[in-house]
Design a binder for this molecule. Structure first.
Ligand code: SF4
Length: 185
């Protein structure tokens, strides 16, 4: 369990951010599936182009083991309103704002002395061209892998967390996940 003073500091920090819902879970409550990885492989143009995406992040089993090495999980959503949710270009253009908020939340966790693994809704965009696969990641402390790229089943995560998976209408719902361990930060 996270200690109450760290939890309060984190939740106070969240109050300044446009986080819509959040929940604290055990890392063991996260569900993984090879089928999610298969969707990356068959449908995502970032597959095989980044250390933040598969196969650079490792197998689903390796991702599961990595997540399981953390004591707790914190899941949250942000929401962006668009003119037309069916317009994929407009919908995806709202990802950056969510990634920035994920980075800010990671900073709050680190300020509390917690070791973190942050996952978010998109592939890493820290560098204009990823070093993958020719060299190691240039900024391992800044990069944020894609949550689905880890094989995580986000609808099941939302259900466990009691968080709305889809806010409907022209609202884009983005998920972020932080795994944390005490005292290593
Ligand atoms: S920080 Fe740079 S090298 Fe590392 S995953 Fe992101 S884009 Fe690739």
């Amino acid at each position: 369990m996270i200690d109450e003073s760290a939890k309060k500091k984190i939740e106070d920090g969240l109050a300044a951010l446009p986080v819509v819902q959040y929940a604290w879970l055990d890392a063991s409550e996260i569900s993984f599936s090879e089928r999610v990885r298969e969707i990356c492989r068959s449908e995502c143009p970032r597959y095989g182009t980044s250390w933040a995406c598969p196969p650079g992040v490792g197998s689903v089993e390796e991702c599961r083991a990595r997540c399981s090495s953390y004591e707790g999980a914190f899941v949250f959503t942000t929401v962006a309103e668009v003119q037309d949710i069916e317009n994929m270009e407009e919908t995806l253009s709202t990802r950056r704002g969510h990634e920035e908020i994920t980075g800010e939340i990671r900073g709050i966790f680190r300020d509390c002395g917690l070791d973190t693994l942050a996952l978010s809704g998109d592939s890493c965009a820290c560098c204009s061209t990823c070093a993958y696969p020719d060299g190691p990641c240039r900024h391992p402390d800044r990069m944020i892998p894609c949550i689905e790229g880890y094989g995580i089943v986000v609808p099941l995560l939302a259900e466990k967390a009691g968080i709305v998976f889809d806010n409907g209408g022209n609202l884009v719902t983005w998920f972020g996940l932080l795994l944390w361990n005490k005292g290593l930060g």
